[in-house]
Design a protein around this ligand. Structure first.
Ligand code: AMP
Length: 206
């Protein structure tokens, strides 16, 4: 079972991915976590991506695809993967399809965590205060949301056309959201596809 957890920054993807790791033995692949680790280690990759991340921009497709391929190679016996924060562009989604296909696998389900604008802003302000993650500061976070709208939201029709997209209410408490995700996975994706909502457009007047 390979699952893409989809949603804007601060939608709760990381929290839910961790639940699925313990509940279902899947491996969480968070490109954000991998890139932050590279940055913290001061490796060549870390130095290369630090400025891009601090500015709230997307790291190149080539870099993140290589990170994912590396993890797929390192975990050949995995029961499945949860892709968290990846793919973020259509070329990344296409590369993921190719990478999984090469290994006789596929993306089985894409779950979109739907969260209202106001709630995202509240969550991120709280996370910034609590964790001090530099790219959660209001100016950079706005750029990350712009990147989501411009580059990542187009993945919704991509996965919807494949009949893999299911929307889940991400506004509920953690347990309830986990329950909704579990029901989708137990049905192996219910094939329910919905039109992308335009709340980002409302927020940013686009
Ligand atoms: P995240 O923790 O998923 O919000 O990611 C933090 C930052 O890492 C993003 O703002 C990007 O700069 C970078 N990043 C993480 N995943 C990707 C991805 N799939 N494609 C491009 N950049 C990414």
């Amino acid at each position: 079972m390979n699952l893409v957890l989809f949603g804007p920054p601060a939608a709760g993807k990381g929290t839910q991915a961790k639940r699925l790791v313990s509940d279902r033995g899947l491996i969480q692949l968070s490109t954000g976590d991998m890139l932050r680790a590279a940055k913290a280690s001061g490796s060549d990759l870390g130095k290369k991506v630090a400025k891009i991340m601090d500015e709230g921009q997307l790291v190149s497709d080539e870099v993140v695809i290589a990170l994912i391929e590396d993890q797929l190679d390192s975990n050949p016996e995995a029961a499945g993967f949860i892709f968290d924060g990846f793919p973020r562009t259509v070329p990344q989604a296409e590369a993921l399809d190719v990478a999984l296909n090469k290994r006789g696998q596929k993306v089985d389900s894409v779950i979109r965590l739907c969260v209202e604008d106001e709630s995202i802003i509240t969550r991120i302000s709280k996370r910034f205060e609590e964790q001090g993650r530099s790219d959660d500061n209001p100016a950079t976070f706005k750029k990350r949301l712009d990147a989501y709208t411009e580059n990542t939201a187009p993945l919704l029709p991509f996965y919807s056309a494949q009949g893999k997209l299911t929307e889940v209410n991400g506004m509920a408490d953690i347990e309830t959201v986990a329950g909704s995700i579990a029901r989708v996975l137990d049905n192996h994706g219910n094939g329910k596809t919905e039109k992308p909502k335009s709340f980002w457009a409302r927020l940013f007047g686009k």
